[in-house]
Design a binder for this molecule. Structure first.
Ligand SMILES: Cc1cc2nc3c(=O)[nH]c(=O)nc-3n(C[C@H](O)[C@H](O)[C@H](O)COP(=O)(O)OP(=O)(O)OC[C@H]3O[C@@H](n4cnc5c(N)ncnc54)[C@H](O)[C@@H]3O)c2cc1C
Length: 392
């Protein structure tokens, strides 16, 4: 279906997180007239552990060196603070950032590539006219044949468009700690992962410059006590007396099936808006960046040289690409999550002892974090692990 409406922009991206900025940069690089709208003024705080999986770097064509706060190449595992053991990865598996600086860097890269960026301008309404999207803000209205909704886990566009209805939502809580020097030394280059939360979930302590990011994420429907659990976890780390910079909760969304529509007509959902976070680590930054690339490529492919466009083609191409390249990872991560967390909550001692002794799975996990392997291909090597207790 071709839409002949002439618009002031080829594409409007809503949201300047990693998904939106990546999409806007790639669109502008390809010569598409791109507008990015974000309700916040950047740099803005984003509730997040700020652990960027190392594989993200290969997806980004922007250096993140200037915003690096540290790196993690070892994981210490505990079960509610006990039974500690450390696994060394040998090289970084994740880079530590503060999201305000990281997101600001990506937003500026989009602007430098030629995208028009409007900050502190929230989208307040969406209308359709002859196949095009009209976005209203307090400052005006903007029209484009393509709308890339990268407005995060709480943004309105998925709801307004009737997309992503089956996406599951869980809670995560994050506390930024101005940690004492001894704690910073202890955690330099390593992260703590504290397991035992039912049905799945974990606490994390990530090292940053002069502070630690400490938090807890739990499975959908089990977030009522998350604040208390975060405080208890902080106490187990011996950090309950440390100065708290900020403490906030925020949802994370998980797309569990490729039947869940994330693109239709002119609207494409990206990143958290599309539920592209995995249920083993709950990380979403790499998938957000990946969806930014896939959505931009789908839109570029549907922009015709005569100025017309084919939104339906872009939506189909994008959803197919996500189903082919991202969803198998999310499905496999969910299966691994069910199996692993069920074991560590049901037979804690045995599971942790096996986990400590068997390096094979750790090597596979480190390879996945570095982008040298994928959850689905690793799971495929072990068909027996596809058995998963239905606890999520
Ligand atoms: C506590 C917590 C810890 C996490 N830790 C990690 C981690 O360590 N590693 C990891 O990989 N992932 C982590 N995640 C997940 C990660 O934060 C998200 O997956 C990631 O931010 C998704 O990026 P995004 O670009 O899709 O959305 P976001 O980063 O949420 O960006 C959305 C943007 O949309 C804008 N917006 C929203 N509504 C509107 C509107 N109406 N108009 C205009 N703009 C709007 C917002 O201002 C925002 O800038 C964590 C999440 C939580 C909650």
């Amino acid at each position: 279906m071709t839409n002949n409406t002439r618009s002031e922009f080829d594409a409007i991206v809503v949201g300047g997180g990693p998904a939106g900025s990546t999409a806007a940069r790639r669109l502008a690089q390809a010569g598409a007239r791109t507008l990015l709208l974000d309700k916040s003024e950047h740099p803005r705080y984003k509730t997040c552990g700020g652990g960027v999986p190392a594989r993200t770097v290969a997806l980004l064509d922007v250096s993140i060196e200037s915003v690096l706060e540290g790196e993690v190449s070892a994981i210490e595992v505990t079960h509610f603070g006990k039974g500690s053991f450390v696994k060394q990865a040998g090289s970084p598996i994740a880079y530590m950032v503060m999201r305000d600086r990281f997101d600001d860097l990506l937003l500026h890269a989009a602007e430098e590539a030629g995208a028009e960026v409007h900050q502190a301008e929230a989208v307040t309404a969406l209308e359709r006219h002859r196949g095009a999207s009209i976005l209203r803000t307090a400052r005006g209205s903007y029209t484009a044949p393509f709308l890339l909704a990268a407005d995060g886990a709480t943004g309105p566009i998925a709801r307004w468009s009737g997309l992503g209805k089956g996406i599951a939502t869980s809670a995560a809580y994050e506390i930024e700690i101005d940690a004492p020097a001894a704690a910073l030394d202890r955690w330099e280059g390593r992260a703590n992962i504290d397991v035992g939360y039912k049905p799945w979930g974990y606490g994390w302590a990530f090292p940053k410059q002069g502070r630690l990011s400490v938090g807890v994420v739990v499975s959908p429907g089990h977030g009522n006590s998350i604040r208390r659990w975060s405080q208890e976890y902080l106490a187990r780390l011996g950090l309950d007396g440390a100065r708290v910079g900020s403490s906030t909760g925020h949802p994370i969304r998980y797309r569990r099936s490729d039947q869940d529509r994330i693109a239709q007509g002119p609207v494409l959902l990206l990143g958290d808006a599309a539920g592209l976070a995995d249920e083993f680590t709950a990380e979403g930054i790499a998938y957000a960046v990946h969806s930014g690339i896939l959505s931009a490529d789908a839109v570029i492919g549907a922009l015709n040289t005569d100025g017309t466009s084919s939104p339906t083609d872009a939506a189909r191409a994008y959803e197919r690409a996500v189903n082919r390249e991202v969803q198998p990872e999310l499905n496999a991560a969910r299966a691994i999550s069910r199996m692993y967390y069920w074991c560590v909550t049901t037979w804690a001692r045995l599971a942790l002892s096996v986990s400590q002794r068997v390096d094979y799975f750790w090597r596979a996990f480190f390879r996945i974090m570095r982008g040298e392997a994928r959850y689905d291909t690793e799971l495929g090597r072990w068909p027996g692990l596809a058995w998963t207790p239905k606890v999520l």
